[in-house]
Ligand binder design. Sequence first.
Ligand code: BMA
Length: 311
Amino acid sequence: MPAIPDTDLLERYEQNPVITAADIPFTCNTVFNGSPVKLGSEYLMLLRVEGQHGYSLFALARSQDGYRFEVEDRPVMAPVTEGPMARYEVAGIEDPRITVLEGRIYVVYTAFSGYGPVMSLATTEDFHTFERLGVISEPGNKDGLLFPRKVGGRYARLDRPIGNDVGSVWVSFSDDLTYWGDSRVVITPRQGHWDSYRVGGSAVPIETEDGWLEIYHGVKMTSGGPIYRAGAVLLDLDDPSVVISRSDVPILAPRTDYERVGDVGNVVFASGAVVEPDGMVKVYYGAADTAICVATAPLAEIIAVARAGRR
Ligand code: BMA
């Protein structure tokens, strides 16, 4: 493959990928789109593992440094076969996103079935037992992310419904995390840009003095298929339906072999971020739907790229 100059703000960890199917202690097809959280000094990551049967479930990985992960022996959350969620999870559970909110750990995930993807919510205390709180969207919705605190007295979330074939990020509000409304479109595809086909939220919004920093994914459709890249956008702290500014250029794009080649090539799918005390951000991403990688940049520089852009 020809070498393409790396112009991305995010710097890849030199030993990427950090987790591949070879690190999973049970038989699987691939591992990707892991959601990280740092609790004290430990990094925990819920991994989306696609089994050889073709549907996904979640495993747990732990790390002391955010780079070297140990994956637990068994899956920690799998599609249920009984109870009210069973019919919505027959095609798997995908793309978990962890938010710590008011001291509780919430996982928003995509439940897949013949009815289409729906956003679902679960909570856990130990990352081994998950209490399902139910479906929280209509079908055709993915990329659910809970804000880490209430905004204007209400819980807030980003999600990505598809209407009229257009996938945009919306913000919605709730008093109880179950019933959501006051929905408004906030981040939309931009014609002529790297994110012209579809956009979706990637990392739990990061609160900064400049606004909520959202690391999102943008898709461009080409004759060779879609290309997934990562970007950054700032949303108003008091009213996250207002975009302050958005990166004109991606902060990470597929360039390496492990991002170009895999089950779905040309994909960097950001799926979470950890802000370190020294101001560096570790952005975790799925590479080609086949491995989990990490890339870093100073928080201030990601904000600067977002601020330099237009809306
Ligand atoms: C999106 C999601 C992700 C996946 C990406 C690239 O629609 O389904 O899980 O990583 O496509 O295939």
